[in-house]
Design a protein around this ligand. Structure first.
Ligand SMILES: Nc1ncnc2c1ncn2[C@@H]1O[C@H](COP(=O)(O)OP(=O)(O)OP(=O)(O)O)[C@@H](O)[C@H]1O
Ligand SMILES: [Mg+2]
Length: 628
């Protein structure tokens, strides 16, 4: 019994550690479900869908598998060679023989290193291809989503779906899967090699396995929480940053820098703490596995040296020095992959979570789509009819309640009404940005749901309430990627809408740089550019949602004049806030709470002495007041 005392002491120490960690993990269990992201898809389902992306590259993966199998040979054979060297050195020493063995060792090492290099290269290349495929798929899919669906996902989230999440998936293909596979193979291979070499010592090594498993299980619990805390803190800081950087001017104007700094510092501290905790968890786990590794080696030396020095059989087998050396190397080759496996497993879970988020986007069925027998519409006359249209953004909350009107080709129709009465909504329904719940919208007598969406929108020119300019140049913002347009055509469009006067004053003319969202241009200039953009594409129906923003009188007159001209192009629907803009419209539709309360031309509506009359006299007297 006394001769096993050292081993028992080692066992007791490891057991004590195991108990402490076990108790600690029980304490953690209580807050398990309090935080974080819950997965809905099963691992199997995710793997199946990911394999679909890997399928075109199956040859590359098979190649990598073979290369990996070759590189594993080094892990399995090198301890045997070193053991053999020991035998050679301690027996009848022969330099030539020793050199030969060293050459073989070096050869295997070089082959193994080359294998690792090629494996990494192939995987990186394939991983990048898969990454770009996923990115493309997500982006194309997002483009197909309806306005309603897009309204419900914050832009920051969409950006993460296209950038970060595919990265994490690609990391799985390039790194995690291979490491998992290789490490599993190494563990099995090393175990087999040890068994062949000496089953008694292998049994001794296996005694440590339950502890490794226990430590790993406990570690995973802690590390999952640590990883999640870091992810949450990072997302929090990113969201805060993106929102506050866009609003930084407001912060400066309202003198809120110090307060914002304090908010940011708090979040930054959270992240720092989360990262420190994660390091702490890893900092405990790694030495623990190392402790098991060293304890195992110590036991090996203890039994090995006893057996070797006294030449006594241990469990029926004699242990020789070369076996001790080989086992010494095998033990570390056995413990390292296990530690890696445990650490990589979390990364795998993280990739799965990213995959699920991406598939969540890809699984969103676009709400506004072409019907199977939808038709192309080459030309339209520009007749628009609403027949008892009911529409709600949110089920039950009707925004339009039985709206009916008809616009003849080439007519100009204006929509007026208080804020929130549904003017913008009507305009976006015509272009089928949303589908209506009840009633019919007809273009040239055809229900818009029977027309291909791309074909429908081609005939419309939309000038929205807040003009969006892309970063680029004036030219790129006017032509919007349509390539076969000459400068002459662009200038003609600009002259038509009076945008030429300010463009000619710019240093670079049409090549003047437009910064993000067009923030180096005034609201009026942006509006004129959006007119030019619309006129250039010669739509049959023009839709203008007039901005409420204040525009200087000079620009207002330019806009007024260009509106008059644009009326000649085709049918025109205008939402106007200044009633002076629309006096010449063929029909004026007055909306209130999603219903039409009055319609007719300016004179007829004034004669009715109803709501329009009151609105007009109010605006008119206000104008008079301002002028006096
Ligand atoms: N995407 C949306 N989701 C939910 N409700 C919306 C959405 N867009 C608008 N609404 C609601 O629909 C109603 C009509 O909005 P709409 O934008 O059509 O008003 P509007 O007449 O254009 O007003 P304004 O003159 O201020 O531009 C409002 O009550 C608004 O709150
Ligand atoms: Mg509006």
């Amino acid at each position: 019994m006394a001769e096993y005392l050292p081993v028992l002491i080692v066992g007791a120490i490891i057991g004590a550690f195991a108990l402490v960690f076990f108790l600690a993990s029980l304490a953690l269990k209580k807050q398990k479900n309090a935080d974080g992201y819950t997965r809905h898809m099963s691992d199997g389902e995710i793997v199946k869908r990911l394999l679909h992306y890997a399928k075109p590259y199956w040859k590359d993966f098979v190649l990598v598998f073979f290369i990996m199998a070759v590189s594993i040979v080094y892990d399995l054979v090198s301890p045997l060679i070193v053991g053999h060297v020991e035998k050679t050195v301690s027996g009848d020493f022969e330099l030539n023989y020793l050199l030969k063995i060293v050459a073989v060792y070096a050869g295997i090492l070089i082959v193994s290193m080359l294998c690792t290099y090629f494996q990494a290269m192939i995987l990186q290349k394939t991983g990048q291809k898969i990454l770009s495929q996923i990115r493309m798929d997500v982006f194309t899919h997002i483009e197909k989503l309806s306005h309603e669906q897009l309204n419900n996902i914050p832009v920051g989230k969409l950006v993460t779906r296209v950038t970060n999440d595919p990265n994490s998936i690609s990391y799985m293909f390039t790194n995690i899967l291979v490491t998992l596979l290789k490490n599993s193979m190494v563990v099995v291979g090393v175990l087999g090699a040890m068994l062949l070499l000496n089953y008694a010592l292998t049994l001794m090594v296996l005694c440590f396995v339950p502890f490794v498993v226990l430590f790993t299980v406990i570690f995973r619990k802690f590390s999952r929480k640590a990883h999640r805390d870091v992810t949450d803190a990072t997302t929090d800081i990113n969201t805060y940053l993106s929102e506050n950087l866009s609003g930084i001017k407001i912060t400066q104007i309202f003198n809120r820098e110090a307060q914002k700094m304090e908010d940011f510092r708090r979040r930054s501290r959270e992240l720092e703490k989360a990262k420190r905790n994660r390091m702490f968890v890893f900092g405990i786990f790694r030495p623990m596995v190392y402790m098991l590794n060293i304890s195992c080696v110590m036991c090996l030396f203890y039994f090995g040296s006893k057996g070797y020095i006294q030449d006594t059989p241990f469990l029926g087998q004699v242990i020789t020095a070369d076996i001790v050396v080989a086992f010494y190397m095998y033990i570390s080759k056995f413990f390292n992959p296990i530690q890696n496996l445990a650490e990589q497993f979390d990364m795998l879970q993280k990739s799965f979570a990213s995959s699920e988020k991406i598939f969540g986007i890809l699984d969103m069925v676009p709400e506004v789509v072409d019907e199977p027998d939808a038709m192309e519409l080459e030309q339209i006359r520009g007749e628009i009819e609403f027949r008892d249209v009911w529409f709600a953004y949110n089920p039950g909350e009707w925004v339009l309640k039985g709206v009916s009107f008809k616009v003849e080709p080439r007519q100009t129709v204006a929509f007026v009404g208080s804020t929130g009465s549904g003017k913008t909504t009507i305009l976006s329904l015509i272009c089928r940005n949303y589908d209506i719940q009840k009633g019919q919208i007809l273009i040239d007598g055809i229900d818009i749901r029977r027309i291909k969406i791309s074909s429908l929108r081609r005939h419309f020119g939309q000038m929205l309430q807040d003009v969006f300019l892309f970063s680029g140049t004036i030219r790129s913002n006017i032509v919007l990627r349509k390539e076969d347009i000459s400068d002459e055509d662009i200038w003609r469009a600009c002259r038509y809408v009076n945008a030429d006067s300010f463009i000619t004053k710019l240093e670079d003319g049409l090549d003047e740089v437009v910064r993000e969202r067009g923030n180096n241009f005034s609201a009026g200039q942006r509006q004129l550019l959006s007119f030019a953009r619309t006129v250039l594409h010669k739509p049959s129906v023009m839709i203008l949602d007039e901005a409420t923003a204040n525009i200087d009188t000079e620009t207002e007159m330019l806009i007024q004049d260009s509106l008059e001209k644009m009326k000649n192009i085709g049918t025109m629907l205008i939402v106007a806030h200044r009633l002076s803009t629309i006096q010449h419209a063929d029909n004026i539709i007055l909306l209130s709470h999603g219903q039409i309360i009055e319609q007719g031309n300016h004179q007829a509506l004034l004669a009715q002495k109803g709501r329009y009359y009151r609105l007009y006299t109010l605006q008119y007297s206000k104008q008079q007041l301002l002028q006096n």
